[in-house]
Write a protein that binds this ligand. Structure first.
Ligand code: ADP
Ligand code: MG
Length: 494
């Protein structure tokens, strides 16, 4: 399945319409305690060069030893991307010189990656979805870091990251707008987080994207692409694509042609600039690393990992829709962050009748709770209203003890003062009036006091809303609106 081509995806140029084509290579740091080929720690933020083994520093004669945990994580990720797992893959040397690459080569996988074709279902803000094909996922080492701000006339090298395992996840050129590209990286990151194979922290550089952009006339073959390297936020991915596509359109409309080149995005200026052209592209002289045997494992190794995968966002979404009747939109909101989904599921677990009230609970979690948390800038983890408190509020509505309106007041009290919702409802007299006699009295008083309105409502039955409102007001919102409605109809002879 290809990305949908909606008219809104096309860009208007001076000479007609253009379509963007986007493919993304994501570098995701593998969540593991030790590096890909050494036992040094992968912990973030240590003193420079404090997590460096002799292998990571490329001392002569050192031998890499594959970290099985990184292999497991790559396979689990491949399974999460519905991808083909290759039982045999090969580590190659990708040769180039860089001051923070002491080996003089990166160990990577070239012709035979550990994971082959897969796909990601991407959700858009309007509730629709589309599919992005995955070409491959391979394992490789990260490089160290050059620090240029430590000394006036020298650069310093920190090798803490040297040798940390990365997964390079290469998409097919299946995206047609910056919105789709942002949504793809967002979804990929969500999947990695559910799997626990990469924390997706873009600020720390644990997930970064090389974004390939080309433009074409709708229906024409793909154009020449430029690759924007190392974009490290979702917002910047969108900005870089928008700028780059317009730059290319400008050149083509002026009668020029696009040079295939590598570019960098400058977030301060919001533009991309050339880094190197194809002619300057490295010849990496890939060859199989003679220090490492081909990586081989059995289908049963894969099957065991598969059996152990957690429920992933798409499955969770499907379950929310099928079992609880949630809308696709609400389900997407709830599953998009693992923490949100966990909170919602804790609310469900606390409900007396989750099947009946699951949909109401979704509304409360999304609109009342997340809305409020967002407004106040509070994280879910620090929510003043716990999942069990929210479940109690929803139970009180479901069983008819309080009205939806009173529930909002109760939510407010729990948010600011805390407390057991059930106890609060008792103590503050918030219970819905179920005594029909009492409701009848209020209804009769209002009917008696407003003969003019009674005459009006007989002519115009929609006016009943006015009466319902008056009764709700007189009772402090503590009567069931449906019961009032029914009663009014009989009393007014409607
Ligand atoms: P390379 O081997 O030079 O890195 P790949 O074929 O692996 O090239 O492609 C790298 C990335 O570029 C992939 O994510 C792919 O989807 C994307 N890509 C390929 N062709 C185009 C194109 N014409 N426009 C935009 N992206 C493209
Ligand atoms: Mg590539």
């Amino acid at each position: 399945m290809n990305a949908p081509v909606k008219p809104s995806n096309l860009i208007k140029g001076a000479t007609g319409e253009w379509e963007m084509v986007i493919g993304i290579e994501v570098h995701a740091q593998v969540t593991s305690n030790a590096k890909l080929f050494s036992a040094a720690s992968t912990a973030f933020g240590g003193d420079p060069n404090s997590h460096v083994s002799l292998v990571d520093a490329a001392m002569p004669g050192m031998l890499p030893v594959i970290n099985e945990e990184c292999v497991r994580q790559a396979v689990r990720t491949g399974l999460g991307l519905n991808a083909r797992i290759n039982l045999r893959s090969v580590f190659d040397r990708k040769n180039y010189f860089y001051p923070d690459l002491p080996q003089g080569y990166q160990i990577s996988q070239y012709k035979s990656p550990i994971v082959g074709e897969g796909e990601v279902v991407v959700d858009l803000a309007d509730g629709t979805s589309f599919v992005v094909g995955i070409e491959r996922l391979h394992l490789e080492q990260d490089a160290g870091k050059s620090l240029h701000d430590q000394h006036a006339d020298m650069s310093a090298i920190d090798l803490n990251r040297s040798g940390v395992a990365l997964m390079e996840i290469v998409s097919r050129p299946d995206m047609r707008s910056s919105e789709q590209a942002r949504a793809y990286v967002t979804k990929l990151r969500t999947i990695l987080r559910y799997l626990g194979t990469c924390d997706g922290d873009m600020e720390k550089g644990n997930l970064r994207a090389d974004v390939n952009v080309s433009v074409r006339r709708p229906g024409e073959p793909f154009g020449t692409r430029c690759e924007i390297k190392n974009v490290n936020s979702i917002r910047f991915i969108g900005q870089a694509i928008e700028h780059e596509a317009r730059r290319q359109i400008g050149i083509l409309e002026d009668g020029g042609s696009i040079d295939q080149e590598t570019r960098l995005f400058d977030p301060d200026k919001g533009e991309t600039r050339a880094m190197r052209s194809k002619e300057e592209a490295h010849d990496y002289r890939y060859f199989p690393d003679p220090d490492l045997l081909p990586l081989e494992f059995s289908q049963s190794f894969v099957d065991a990992l598969k059996a152990d995968l957690p429920e992933l966002p798409d499955q969770k979404k499907g379950r929310f829709i099928a079992d609880l009747g949630l809308t696709p939109y609400d389900s997407t909101v709830l599953v998009s962050e693992h923490e949100s989904a966990n909170f919602y599921e804790s609310v469900l677990a606390g409900l007396a009748n989750a099947r009946r009230d699951g949909k109401v609970a979704a509304n409360w979690v999304i609109n009342e709770l997340f809305g409020r948390l967002n407004k106040e800038g509070v994280s879910i983890a620090a929510s003043p209203v716990s999942a069990s408190q929210l479940a109690a509020i929803i139970d009180l509505i479901g069983e008819g003890t309080i009205s939806g309106k009173i529930a909002k007041d109760l939510f407010e009290i729990v948010w600011t003062e805390g407390g057991d919702p059930r106890v609060l409802v008792e103590a503050r007299g918030m219970k819905q009036v179920t005594d029909m006699g009492a409701i009848e009295k209020v209804v009769d008083d209002i009917v008696a006091a407003n003969p003019d309105k009674v005459a009006q409502v007989r002519a115009k039955p929609q006016m009943i809303g006015w009466f319902v409102g008056q009764v709700m007001k007189a009772s402090g919102g503590k009567v069931n609106p449906q019961a009032v409605n029914d009663l009014l109809k009989t009393r007014l002879g409607l």
